[in-house]
Design a protein around this ligand. Structure first.
Ligand code: NAD
Length: 262
């Protein structure tokens, strides 16, 4: 029996990267999972089937678009109905765009706030009543070191992630006496498609080569000089769902190789 047997979890943005690793780690502990995200339908179906086959749990997929509040709400309601409860919610879906603020496209700024911050509000609003009624719940928000410190050219992302840290604290206080903890994880640079994709834009914005962006921009901030792994983020997520973590709430926990210690 895994530590999350009989629990049902929803992880947004789990067709790739950190979210997929968290979903697989929860499944490995026995939780049924709703995965969500964009991508090639065939690839997503392969991931869904693999989770069921590898861990002997039920896994369903929601194609809800995190840009749209009503789709987020429906996703949570459907997940709760399908498995009979929603015990663990991970707000992880996120996008990035890098540009000086004077040139930042309005639609990109708004999309980052919608996906990285507003979607978490809609999902928490829909999920919390059931968690409170059952007197047990875990909400984890994937924030970022950029929830604690800023970097140039990332105004939308830094604003959204600082917002997530505030949302985490506020909901933690509201849920504190209901058996529900609310925390954010603040990774430094994790090697995922999101990081890989921002390299060309950073090269352009800073007039640098790929090697310079990796060493002088990305890992420049990370004293260990190593990328964080998705498995390390997933392991902390599993711990936050344990009973041993029940007094940890309202926090934004850095997993950043020492970045925010500086
Ligand atoms: P990723 O690009 O690998 O995964 C992002 C996920 O979000 C994918 O499943 C994608 O389909 C989904 N997504 C994007 N837009 C969506 C939409 N409109 N509707 C539904 N799903 C959508 O990136 P990742 O690095 O795994 O990022 C996951 C989270 O971790 C993000 O919130 C990101 O800000 C955060 N984070 C990442 C790093 C890093 O270095 N990779 C560092 C700190 C924080």
């Amino acid at each position: 029996m895994g530590s999350l047997t009989s629990k049902n979890a929803l992880v947004t943005g789990s067709t790739s990267g950190i979210g997929l690793a968290i979903a697989r780690a929860f499944a490995a502990e026995g939780a049924n999972i709703t995965i969500n995200g964009l991508g090639d339908p065939g690839e997503i179906e392969k991931e869904r089937v693999a989770i069921e086959a590898d861990f002997g749990v039920q896994c369903r997929y929601s194609g809800a678009n995190m840009l749209k509040g009503e789709e987020v709400t429906a996703m949570v309601q459907e997940a709760e109905k399908a498995f009979g409860s929603l015990d663990i919610l991970v707000n992880n879906a996120g996008i990035q765009f890098v540009a000086p603020i004077e040139e930042f496209p309005d639609d990109k700024w708004e999309a980052i706030i919608r996906i990285n911050l507003l979607a978490a509000f809609y999902a928490i609003k829909a999920a919390l009543p059931g968690m409170k009624a059952r007197k047990w719940g875990r909400i984890i928000n994937t924030a970022s070191a950029h929830a604690l410190v800023a970097s140039p050219f990332k105004s939308a992302y830094v604003s959204a992630k600082h917002g997530i840290a505030g949302l985490t604290k506020t909901v933690a206080l509201e849920a504190a006496q209901h058996g529900v903890t609310v925390n954010a994880i603040a990774p430094g640079y994790v090697w995922t498609p999101l990081v890989e994709k921002q390299i060309p834009d950073t090269m352009k914005a800073r007039n640098m080569t790929e090697e310079q962006v990796k060493n002088d921009v990305l890992l420049a901030a990370q004293p260990t000089k190593e990328f964080v792994t998705v498995e390390e983020i997933a392991a902390l997520s599993v711990f936050l769902c344990s009973d041993a973590a029940k007094q940890i709430t309202g926090t934004t926990l850095p997993v950043d190789g020492g970045w925010t210690a500086q």
